[in-house]
Ligand binder design. Structure first.
Ligand SMILES: *[C@@H]1O[C@H](CO)[C@@H](O)[C@H](O)[C@H]1NC(C)=O
Ligand SMILES: *[C@@H]1O[C@H](CO)[C@@H](O)[C@H](O)[C@H]1NC(C)=O
Ligand SMILES: *[C@@H]1O[C@H](CO)[C@@H](O)[C@H](O)[C@H]1NC(C)=O
Length: 379
């Protein structure tokens, strides 16, 4: 089947036999939920949902047996509880999961060049000088949300007792952003100034709000591309995504925050040790040993695309059109949202987050049950 990828929200993706039109997509917030309707003549064939905005009320109450539901989902699994148990309602998905039809995990990368170039990077010597001269801590922490299912702030607070951490976001804020960046770390005024500010740090804490396979926030990729060593907690299979085995410091490898702090301090004090975390930036030949990552980054079609998100949505729409016009029988697998609840780092310093997790689990169950009850399949 011939597919034309035009990359705009309004496009025809396949010529015969299904005409796929994206309808009413960016018109208003409500309509956006039902992101697109693919139409065969005047017959409604299925729905493409934008998972970031979906609520239970947006789901159609009746569903034909041959109606396809597709889900585009690029936010935190914690935002839409019912999805954790109801992913099977959808026939096609584009999400962070590697098992989804069009996976988005690596979407924030635009090219291999971006990952390995050192244009935006400061040297070890320069970073050490920033620590001394402009009083930067070795570690940067930038989060606006505190009360997460992973007890993020509880862990970082403990870590901060053993090593200095500059915290600019609303969660545990103890420093103000420099004047050339708007005082909203998640929406900086000038992105170049912001990257420059971040890259002055040796380390950056990237601690997810929920633990799911393949769910890795874009902060992680950003820290790698800026040459700032990530201190990471989250995706259980994060090792599969590292450029080199030693590209990140993993919180799960340390028995308690004090041990982690001690290790970071040691790395911070040694140029040789610190640089060994940045081989993707500092080695000229074969800077990345993770071959699947290299293969992905070498894909022509991810390079030089201006609006990756619009592009991925378009690609997904076309995929759904092609599959549904071929009459494919399919439903999404439960393993697509493999989330661990509860899941905390070693050291038991996050136990106060347990009640949050329990009430979230209850919410997931209740919403999933409501959805099952709500949707009536008709012939
Ligand atoms: C906050 O500020 C103090 C003093 O500079 C520092 O020791 C601590 O590590 C900081 N960070 C956190 C997250 O508490
Ligand atoms: C689409 O998914 C629904 C819900 O899981 C399922 O009942 C239906 O059979 C699937 N449709 C097709 C055509 O595979
Ligand atoms: C964690 O610490 C709390 C408070 O000290 C305690 O009540 C709880 O039993 C501990 N949990 C584990 C798994 O050790």
């Amino acid at each position: 089947m011939l597919l034309l990828l035009l990359g705009s929200p309004r496009h025809f993706c396949s010529i015969v036999p299904v005409i796929c039109g994206a309808m009413g997509r960016y018109r208003n917030n409500k309509l956006l939920i039902v992101a697109a309707v693919f139409v065969l003549a005047l017959w409604i064939y299925g729905y493409l949902f934008d998972g970031a905005k979906i609520t239970l009320n947006d789901l159609p109450k009746t569903r034909k047996y041959d109606e396809y539901w597709a889900l585009y989902y690029d936010s935190s699994p914690n935002d839409v509880p019912f999805l954790l148990q109801s992913i099977h309602l959808f026939n096609f998905t584009s999400s962070f999961s590697r098992y989804s039809d069009i996976p988005l995990t690596l979407q924030p990368f635009t090219s291999l060049e971006e990952l390995i170039n050192y244009k935006l990077m400061y040297t070890y010597g320069q970073k050490s000088a920033f620590q001394k001269n402009i009083k930067l801590a070795p570690i940067l922490y930038l989060q606006s949300h505190c009360n997460t299912l992973t007890g993020r702030e509880l862990y970082v607070q403990q870590l901060g007792r053993h090593i200095a951490i500059d915290s600019y976001g609303a969660c545990l804020k103890n420093k103000s952003l420099p004047g050339n960046i708007a005082d909203d770390a998640t929406n900086p005024r000038d992105i170049r100034n912001f990257y420059d500010f971040v890259s002055k740090y040796k380390f950056m804490i990237v601690y997810e709000d929920v633990v799911c396979e393949d769910y890795i926030s874009s902060k992680f990729w950003k820290s790698l591309t800026l040459g700032v060593v990530p201190i990471y907690f989250g995706a259980t299979n994060i090792r599969n995504y590292l450029p080199n085995p030693g590209s990140a410091i993993l919180v799960e490898d340390f028995a308690k925050p004090a041990d982690l702090a001690q290790f970071i301090q040691k790395v911070s004090n040694s140029e040789e040790s610190y640089t060994s975390f940045l081989l993707h930036k500092t080695v000229d030949f074969y800077p990345i040993t993770n071959q699947p990552l290299v293969d992905y980054l070498f894909r022509q079609d991810i390079q030089y695309v201006e609006n990756r998100k619009a592009r991925t949505i378009a690609e997904f729409e076309c995929y759904v059109c092609a599959q549904s016009s071929a009459g494919l029988q399919k439903q999404s697998a439960e393993r697509e949202f493999t989330c661990k609840l509860p899941h905390f780092p070693p050291g038991n310093v996050t136990h106060k987050a347990m009640p949050r997790v329990q009430s979230f689990i209850e919410q997931v169950r209740a919403e999933a049950a409501e959805v099952e009850k709500m949707i009536e399949f008709i012939g």
